[in-house]
Ligand binder design. Structure first.
Ligand SMILES: Nc1ncnc2c1ncn2[C@@H]1O[C@H](COP(=O)(O)OP(=O)(O)OP(=O)(O)O)[C@@H](O)[C@H]1O
Ligand SMILES: [Mg+2]
Length: 261
């Protein structure tokens, strides 16, 4: 019997996964000023997408419109398969619970320990009532501790948030978002207040943990090197519209510079 090695036919490209985010014709006005001017964006499941643009380009407004922290004026928004513009009350809260937010300012409760701040991520996941009635505190604390370990902060678990450095606080904020077991993370300049070394480290941590879990991430940044190093794709906003959209590996320095010109 001849031991011929038959090469398998080249695999077809995997079918594109579902889009976790679909935005079409998104418009937001503040007074007479149109801040988002018909934004279209689709982000497939598991993609890390960087949103760049000059001050005032509309990055934060876009991120806030997605779960209606800011109310859009026109357009369609689908988040994790849900029509985010139509949802109200409990249904909107349920959708928000599936998405972790990380902001420039970490918004930790200063007088609570790092560990307690992280366990609060489970409130978003389970709702305040379930938190009090059903969840076993011991299991929650163990899970929170694992999240803190993942961001390298287990040794500081019992330290009050107010006594943590900016970088440490942002790690706790990431652990809290992970505790929520999010399907998507929206991060608005998550490392803007950190020094360059800490910023790079924390950004790498966020990207790495999201990748491990297959979490879709949309993050805004002014750091081009973070966009090119940690994202799969770079979307640039200019004057409230998408100026370019390309794989991170293909983003040319000239194109990136034009966004800020
Ligand atoms: N609540 C608000 N009321 C009025 N105008 C607003 C409000 N929020 C944002 N804007 C305006 O909308 C525009 C876009 O702001 P946005 O914060 O989305 O920009 P950005 O790209 O996040 O900027 P930065 O890089 O400075 O964070 C700006 O001109 C800003 O002044
Ligand atoms: Mg902003």
């Amino acid at each position: 019997m001849s031991a011929t090695l038959t090469l398998a036919a080249p695999l077809a490209a995997p079918p594109p996964g579902p889009d976790d985010l679909r935005i079409e014709g998104l418009v937001k006005r503040f007074g007479a000023t149109e801040v988002l001017r018909g934004v279209r964006l689709r982000v497939p499941r598991g993609q890390l997408c960087a949103l760049i643009g000059a001050n005032g380009a509309g990055k934060s407004t876009l991120l806030r419109c997605l779960l209606r922290l800011v109310e859009p004026d026109a357009g369609a928004i689908e988040v994790l398969g849900e029509d985010a513009r139509r949802l109200r009350g409990r249904a909107l809260r349920r959708l928000r619970a599936r998405v972790g937010f990380v902001f420039q300012r970490h918004n930790l409760v200063p007088r609570l320990s790092a560990l307690s701040n992280v366990t609060h991520g489970a409130i978003a996941r389970a709702g305040a009532l379930a938190w009090h009635q059903a969840l076993a505190p011991r299991a929650l604390r163990a899970e929170a501790m694992r999240c803190l370990e993942e961001v390298g902060l287990a040794p500081l678990a019992l330290r009050r948030a107010e006594a943590l450095s900016g970088g440490q606080s942002q790690r706790v904020a990431i652990a809290r978002a992970l505790m929520q077991r999010p399907e998507m993370i929206l991060a608005d300049e998550p490392v803007a207040s950190l020094d360059p070394a800490a910023g790079r480290e924390v950004m790498g941590l966020l990207a790495g943990l999201a990748r491990q879990r297959g979490i879709t991430v949309l993050f805004s940044t002014h750091h081009m090197e973070h966009a090119t190093a940690f994202a799969d794709r770079i979307v640039a906003l200019r004057g409230g519209a998408v100026a370019f959209d390309c794989p991170a590996a293909a983003a040319s320095p000239a194109a990136l510079e034009r966004v800020f010109a």
